[in-house]
Ligand binder design. Structure first.
Ligand code: BDP
Length: 593
């Protein structure tokens, strides 16, 4: 799915700003039929939860309503007019005046409505967007809704971050010509210094397709005609981790010598391959250093923010990180474009977090339910997961920064039913994109001797917390167990292994001479212990610390004002471990120790 852009044939209006807002109980029936009357205003993009001083809004379960007036530009007569919502978490309904024009399920992928004929250039319309935050056993991510003794509905979920919701990314109104480019797919390759760009341009309406590839100076280095083809670039400059180079691919629709539509796409020429126990980018072994992140900041929750975008990437560079994982959902497209431009490598993850019921129980000792069963995660869940993968690959397939798909975080991969659930999804991902490796991060309970799905993946990704959830405060025992487990994985699978998560909660400002968990010294010692072990394992190809920054979670006895495993605080100040990581990662660069 193409990101909306202003081009010589397309116009773009950004609809961000302040919108009217009401929860469904405040708004009454059919709120799209008239003005939301409460006078509440909400910021777009932002999660709505932390904006208000009202717990009934923060913890609301169900629909909320966003509304604004949109002026359609005068000059758009005869054009196709499209409304685009970059994300409505977790489901959205879009109304133009009284009319439903789009419905979408899935909180982190975009959707559109062709509203040509429903709106009139030069006039205004009422745009109402309903957003629903409910998570059930058939949504991705999943959750459960319970009803308390007071009759209030509560959302429970199996993931460790706050269920922020709303319009956390931009909303757009844009125009295209009636005959227009609908999609572009590029796949790149190299041989003997020549770069290849295989392309496919999909379009609506009859027209000839003309394509050009320009280098960063704007000079045309290759061109072609036809909806599919291969462009060859002699002496191609490759997109390299830490040294991004982007060409611009331009697709034009031409009818009788006249350009009817044009769409530009940034293209990085690079290859990705798993060979034996190595992860190769452009044929060179690559060692991932970096983080699992979150889209998370105070007040705006998961709302996309260009200031945090710039600052976070500055911090990645400062600390010497070369990569991150979009844990635990697809991030805003602006993030991937930034990574493309700045040479940061991305593992692109779906929102399938929490497909694991073996962790429930806690103090009450409740018997866990089977994760995969008709009553729990079932065929319908799997269908929603498959649809989410389709939408993710459709959105992100052309980003050179994306080198691997991670289709789930910590599923119950050791439980009966896991293989039946995952095998078709891995196959689907490989079919949609035969060029990128596929992985899924393995949960603690799933080890090399009982995991039922690891062989389906190209790379083994492990989330391990020896020295935190296991052997807390005893790093010597933790080191022993971690090494034994990693050696087991290496011997059983013979695949590249990446540590997808390892981390220790840390209160900034808390210090001790001893190995005391939660202190800044302990976080440093914990990481050093992990690194000693990683450096002894041949098949190791990377380390992603959990987490880049502290982040908001739901309440829990393990959580003090959120998750504190950040190397930076939630407002991005470095803890002591930031300096320790900086020393290691700037020394490593992209190479294995
Ligand atoms: C892992 C999860 C991650 C959590 C982390 C933790 O993948 O989302 O935040 O544990 O407990 O299991 O800090």
């Amino acid at each position: 799915m193409l990101k909306p852009r202003a081009t010589p044939t397309r116009d773009l209006c950004n609809l961000d700003g302040l919108w009217g807002f009401a929860t469904d109980d405040q708004a009454g029936p059919d709120p799209w039929r008239s003005r939301l009357g409460l006078g509440l205003e909400v910021a777009v993009p932002a999660s709505y939860n932390d904006l208000f001083a009202d717990p009934a809004i923060r913890d609301h379960v169900g629909w909320v309503w966003y509304q604004r007036t949109v002026q359609v530009p005068r000059g758009w007569d005869g054009q196709r007019i499209v409304l685009r919502v970059d994300a409505a978490t977790h489901a959205g309904r879009v109304y133009v005046d009284d009319r439903l024009v789009a419905e979408h399920v899935g909180g982190y992928t975009p959707f559109e409505a062709d509203v040509t004929g429903l709106v009139t250039p030069g006039t205004a319309f009422r745009l109402t967007i309903g957003v629903n935050n409910e998570l059930t056993n058939v949504t991705i991510p999943p959750g459960t809704i319970t009803v308390g003794h007071d009759g209030r509905r509560r959302q429970r979920y199996h993931h460790d971050f706050f269920n922020y919701a709303g319009l956390a990314r931009s909303v757009w109104l844009y125009s295209t010509p009636v005959r227009h480019v609908t999609d572009i797919t590029v796949v790149t390759d190299t041989a003997d210094g020549v770069g290849f760009v295989d392309y496919a341009v999909d379009h609506e309406g009859t027209a000839d397709v003309v394509v050009r590839l320009r280098d960063a100076e704007g000079d045309v280095v290759a061109s072609g005609t036809g909806a599919t083809g291969r462009l060859s670039v002699p002496d191609a400059r490759l997109w390299q981790p830490g040294a991004a180079y982007l060409y611009e691919f331009e697709a034009e629709l031409v009818e009788q010598g006249e350009v009817v539509d044009t769409y530009p796409l940034a293209v990085g020429i690079r290859t990705v391959e798993v060979r034996g126990t190595q992860f190769l980018i452009n044929g060179e072994p690559f060692y991932f250093t970096g983080f699992g992140k979150h889209e998370d900041s105070p007040v705006r929750g998961k709302g996309h923010d260009d200031a945090y975008l710039v600052h976070d990437f500055q911090l990645l560079e400062w600390i010497g990180a070369n990569s991150f994982r979009t844990s635990h959902y697809p991030y805003a497209e602006e993030v991937l474009e930034f990574a493309d431009r700045h040479g940061i490598v991305v593992i692109d993850e779906t929102a399938a977090v929490g497909l694991n019921l073996s962790v429930t129980g806690g103090l009450l000792g409740a018997k866990p339910k089977p994760t995969f069963s008709p009553e729990t995660f079932n065929d319908e869940t799997q269908a929603a997961h498959a649809q989410h993968i389709r939408e993710l690959v459709a959105r992100d397939k052309n980003h050179p920064s994306v080198v691997m798909w991670c289709i789930a975080n910590e599923p119950a991969s050791h439980e009966e039913g896991a293989r039946k659930y995952f095998e078709p999804l891995v196959h689907l991902t490989h079919t949609l994109d035969p060029t990128r490796p596929v992985t899924s991060t393995a949960f603690l309970f799933a080890s090399y001797d009982n995991d039922l799905i690891a062989d389906l993946f190209d790379v083994v990704s492990l989330n391990r917390y020896y020295g935190w959830y296991i052997d807390n405060g005893d790093l010597a025992s933790a080191e022993h167990k971690l090494e034994a487990e990693l050696r087991g994985w290496a011997e059983t699978h013979g695949k590249p292994i990446i540590m997808g998560e390892y981390g220790a909660d840390t209160m900034p400002g808390l210090h001790s001479l001893w190995d005391v968990p939660w202190t800044e010294e302990y976080q440093v010692a914990y990481l050093e212990m992990n690194h000693r072990v990683f450096d002894r394992i041949e098949a190791f190809v990377g380390e992603h610390v959990w987490n880049f920054a502290d982040f908001g979670t739901g309440p829990g006895i393990h959580r003090v004002d959120g998750n504190k495993k950040g190397i930076f605080t939630r407002d991005r100040r470095p803890k002591a471990a930031a300096h320790a990581l900086r020393a290691r990662w700037t020394r490593l660069g992209n190479h294995k120790p």
